[in-house]
Write a protein that binds this ligand. Structure first.
Ligand code: HEC
Length: 109
């Protein structure tokens, strides 16, 4: 009886982990500093002068590979940005790069 309950519980957890969307990962692991919209209008954002990811010039100045590397390995310029390679899968890190690209605000006319 108890065993079956534990099995069901762990199945449930495994399923929800897989179903977690990239937006959920962003909200859970990144938004506290970078903000839900990537603009970093957060306490940490102000303290550390975190860049505004919605800015077209911010987006333009960074390659996907560079973003991916910082997510995996942390930012050598700022130790507050930690390595996520032990907490996220490679697929999740790839997806976060794509998610950051969706934050780009339309360029001014
Ligand atoms: C504890 C606060 C904090 C958390 C949580 C955090 N970051 Fe950062 N992140 C920073 C800081 C500080 C920097 C360095 C300042 C900057 O680059 O604007 C940074 C830099 C970055 C950069 C490089 C920016 C650049 O200028 O090239 C990327 C990409 C990034 N973070 C993505 C993420 C992602 C994705 C997550 C969630 C998985 C995340 N961060 C979670 C604080 C955080």
């Amino acid at each position: 009886m108890m065993k079956r309950f534990v099995l069901l519980l762990s199945l449930g957890l495994a399923t929800s982990a897989r179903a977690e969307s990239t937006a959920d990962v962003w909200q859970a692991k990144c938004a506290v500093c970078h903000g839900g919209d990537g603009k970093a209008q957060t306490k940490m954002g102000q303290k550390e002068s975190i860049g505004d990811m919605s800015r077209p010039d911010w987006q333009r100045a960074r390659t996907d590979a560079a973003l991916r590397k910082v997510i995996a390995e942390g930012d050598p310029r700022n130790s507050k940005m930690k390595s996520f390679k032990d907490t996220l899968t490679p697929a999740q890190m790839d997806a976060l790069v794509g998610y950051i690209r969706t934050m780009k605000a339309p360029s001014p006319p």
